[in-house]
Ligand binder design. Sequence first.
Ligand code: UP5
Ligand code: MG
Length: 201
Amino acid sequence: MYKFSSLRKPSVYFILGGPGSGKGTQCELLSKNLKFVHLSAGQLLRDAITSNSQHKITIENCINNGVIVPSHVTINLLDKAIFDNLSSETFLIDGFPRNYENMQSWIELMDHKINFKSVIYIHCSRQNMILRIQERSKTSGRSDDNLQILEKRFITYQNDTQKIIDHYRNLNKLIEIDGDNSINIVQAQILELLNKTLIHS
Ligand code: UP5
Ligand code: MG
């Protein structure tokens, strides 16, 4: 049973950007500053591997090849994470949708249940993204934090995810942020632009 049926639909922002652009870092800060709930699609998939989900092998293969997990798997995890969590009305979905299949399936399965707000796009130079992932790889324990898989993640990002970013830009639903700045400056820019869009919405 849909828990929000008699209440307002949960609001959703998508956060997109390349590997290491700062999506997770900024979402964590936003969740503290604005009391939004941060849902990292990538982390939900990594958790599904750890908990031996029926899709474990599929997810592992995709992550270790830098390609995108079939939409029904990711959307099922996101759906549960949103509707099992009644602590907030606003969710930041980090790292999704990454391709047209993700976006179309989301529209089909989820759009009627949520209130889509906009996409926060953190753009960042490739050089900075590589440096950050290299640094993070020392402690992250992530199987995809190595140069070989990182290259594949960049290819997927360029071939698939950039088109989704362009799509939302054309719809005038994209909040663009310069992710090459320091963590605090990036956060301040996001907060400023979110405030503007909230005032005008
Ligand atoms: N850092 C962050 N911001 C900084 C700044 N402004 N200045 C200096 N340093 C900064 O940041 C990375 C590192 O940089 C951190 O050490 C941070 O301190 C520092 P982080 O915030 O973690 O960057 P993020 O953009 O979140 O990078 P991440 O590697 O998580 O992005 P990816 O998009 O590559 O990874 P994700 O976890 O989203 O997906 C992993 C894989 O899961 C995908 O490749 C794919 O196979 C699969 N996936 C799907 O199939 N479908 C999905 O919907 C989602 C994922
Ligand atoms: Mg992340």
